[in-house]
Design a binder for this molecule. Structure first.
Ligand code: PGA
Length: 247
């Protein structure tokens, strides 16, 4: 019932020459069963959307401002992402929470702005290693979910990505039981608030690669992945997409 989603986050990587990866991905996977999303840096968004037009790859932003327009030098409004060809925007990534002090309340305001502009918000949550070691993972995730997800969230306009901070870019991943515990918890918590919680896609993110993708995709309530490093090369991301398609 939930269409799976393979989402790539290029972070602060990629120049115009990198757009060849999008063409390579679309050529190798012209009609995937799963949805495919790539979120390049803002400088490449319009060009990527143009190259991806008519193919399977959707394009998204990595952040947006909570306001619709105004005097905010260097920021990008949700409607601008949409205008440039985006269908989605990643919000509340742990790197933005850490580098820019983004709070749950700010992430929620950004998600409301994304929804108002007609974008799907990919809202990220995750515990630090210290929080996991302290046994507070579900408390942390529950608080982030309550604080970051707006009341207007639906299965159509919101995707949740569970990304343990200590697993991002480190090559380390939680056990499948740990992933299942958090994803089952997320599903149950969403059901307390959203009428169509059963339809909300829950992505796992943090060191997903071709060699661990199939196991992760076979895990309870995992509907896809948010992939950083392994989304930069079409061969790697394509292999993850293939694993998702056959999950
Ligand atoms: P990674 O990043 O796949 O490079 O660990 C994931 C993310 O931050 O979305």
């Amino acid at each position: 019932m939930r269409r799976k989603l393979a989402a790539g986050n290029w972070k602060m990587n990629g120049l115009a020459a990198s757009l060849a990866e999008v063409e390579a991905l679309a050529k190798a996977h012209p009609a995937p069963r799963s949805e495919v999303l790539l979120c390049p840096p803002a400088t490449l968004l319009a060009q990527m959307a143009w190259k991806a037009k008519g193919g399977p790859v959707m394009v998204g932003g990595q952040d947006c401002h909570p306001e619709a327009s105004g005097a905010h030098t260097g920021d990008i409004a949700a409607a601008m992402l949409k205008d440039a060809g985006a269908s989605h925007v990643i919000l509340g990534h742990s790197e933005r929470r850490a580098d820019h002090g983004e709070t749950d309340a700010l992430v929620r305001a950004k998600a409301e702005a994304a929804h108002a502009a007609g974008l799907v918000a990919v809202i990220c949550l995750g515990e630090t290693e210290a929080q996991r070691d302290a046994g507070t993972t579900l408390d942390v995730i529950g608080a982030q979910l309550r604080g970051s997800v707006p009341d207007g969230a639906t299965a159509a306009n919101t995707v949740i990505a569970y990304e343990p901070v200590w697993a991002i870019g480190t090559g380390r991943t939680p056990t499948l039981a740990q992933i299942a515990e958090v994803h089952d918890f997320l599903r149950a918590e969403l059901a307390k608030r959203l009428a169509d919680a059963a339809g909300v896609r829950l992505l796992y993110g943090g060191s997903v690669k071709p060699s661990n993708a199939a196991d992760i995709f076979a895990t309870s309530n995992v509907d896809g992945a948010l992939v950083g490093g392994a989304s930069l090369k079409a061969a790697d991301f394509g292999a993850i997409l293939a694993a998702l398609d056959s999950a």
